[in-house]
Design a protein around this ligand. Structure first.
Ligand code: TYC
Length: 115
């Protein structure tokens, strides 16, 4: 072939550079959506919320709830920033609507945790 265009053969027959610039795309920063423990929200409410908003199985939702209950917080899902912020806002509104103090927040992935 006279005009290959791969990394080892970046000139055509006239000496013209033909190598394509690498795409300038970066992976989006990801955020984990975290639920915090409290002393008042019923366990069953938390399990159902995790099933409903984070599409987890009953078993997985129960494991996540128990982790939050014993360790103070737990990750329910990982999303791009916009999706994570929307998810946390919807969950917090839902908890308030049901008069529970359950709190949901987002944290950037791969950052040093302050807690
Ligand atoms: N600690 C709560 C209780 O004993 C249960 C609970 C679990 C609350 C997880 C919030 O994010 C939470 N009823």
């Amino acid at each position: 072939m006279s005009n290959q265009n791969d990394n080892d053969n970046w000139q055509d027959d006239n000496g013209t550079a033909t190598q394509e610039a690498p795409p300038k795309l970066q992976k989006p920063r990801m955020y984990q959506v975290v639920l915090l423990n409290d002393d008042y929200t019923p366990m069953e409410f938390v399990v159902e919320l995790i099933e409903q908003f984070f599409y987890k199985s009953r078993e997985n939702a129960t494991q996540i709830m128990l982790k939050i209950h014993t360790e103070g917080k737990g990750v329910c899902g990982v999303y791009t920033e916009d999706v994570a912020e929307t998810k946390a806002a919807v969950v917090n509104q839902y908890s308030m609507d049901h008069q529970h103090p359950l709190l949901c927040q987002i944290e950037p992935c791969n950052d040093e945790e302050e807690s």
